[in-house]
Write a protein of this length. Structure first.
Length: 281
């Protein structure tokens, strides 16, 4: 496994055309990240039947909106950023864009390499990846796996494009993408639930509901930022804020007791992993 947590490299020198299929929330976040790293919009062709005004505005800066495949010969990379429910329509429609040197990067949940290989031209270089929603603010994390056709140069290009929305991890075993989906793909919802439950508990303890919500939001967000900035394990940070015989220790006795947060989270991640495998078929 390899990882990237450093600042993403400039994309000014990226050669060839990038075809972005799907410019919804995640696709737009990626496009914003690429342009922020210096990529010329003229190097991008976007396929989006209902483009947002921001995407249409980029056409005035050279972005090619909904071109025919013949107008984009042998692009360097195709990024498929659509919901998995429309994969059976979109992936075959992407096939005409695939050239001899193209690498296809999928960010569709549950779409395995084998199914993508069946729908795309024989011998296609394909990267399957799983980002998460903090990508919208450039703070996501993506896990990727490549098929045997992906060259080191193509993997580097895919890595640089994915790094525009956050950290990137690579694995060799595609089967790990199911627990990845359960941990980081679905994980933001678990954190939001924590903030929601903490606010409700504060209100139950007597705080005004609006104050409890502000306290919970700021606490979860601030703690996450501390975890991001400080190179200490989460367990160490937890112990650092826990005084013997204090209020935090009393609360943690409940959260870390029998049937507490750890076994509950283990069951939740196991359930999400199973569901990811079921959806992939």
């Amino acid at each position: 496994m390899t990882a990237s947590h450093a600042q993403p490299a400039s994309l000014k020198e990226v050669g060839g055309t990038i075809v972005l299929i799907g410019a919804g929330k995640m696709g737009s976040a990626m496009l914003d990240g690429w342009i922020g790293l210096g990529l010329d919009p003229a190097r991008v062709a976007a396929i989006e039947p209902q483009p947002a005004p921001e995407i249409s505005a980029l056409a005035t800066r050279g972005l090619r909106l909904n071109p025919d495949a013949a107008a984009v010969p042998d692009p360097a990379v195709i990024v498929i950023a659509v919901k998995p429910q429309v994969a059976t329509e979109v992936v075959p429609a992407a096939a005409p864009f695939v050239g001899r040197s193209t690498v296809v990067v999928s960010i569709m949940a549950g779409q395995r390499l084998a199914s993508l290989e069946r729908a795309l031209p024989a011998g296609s270089a394909i990267v399957r990846s799983m980002p998460n929603t903090p990508a919208a603010i450039g703070r996501g994390i993506t896990v990727a796996v490549a098929n045997a056709r992906v060259s080191p140069q193509q993997r580097d290009l895919a890595h640089r494009l994915l790094a525009a929305i956050g950290a990137v991890e690579w694995v060799d075993d595609e089967g790990l993408l199911d627990p990845v989906t359960a941990v980081s793909g679905s994980g933001p919802a678990y954190v939001f639930l924590l903030a929601e439950a903490l606010a409700q508990a504060g209100a139950a303890a007597g705080l005004p509901a609006d104050l409890a919500e502000r306290l919970a939001r700021a606490t979860v967000a601030g703690s996450g930022e501390l975890l991001h900035r400080v190179p200490l394990d989460a367990a160490i940070l937890r112990r650092n804020v826990t005084s013997r015989g204090g209020t935090t220790e009393a609360a943690l006795a409940v959260l870390m007791g029998e049937g507490g947060l750890a076994p509950l989270m283990e069951r939740a991640v196991a359930a999400a992993t199973r569901r990811s495998r079921e959806l992939a078929g």
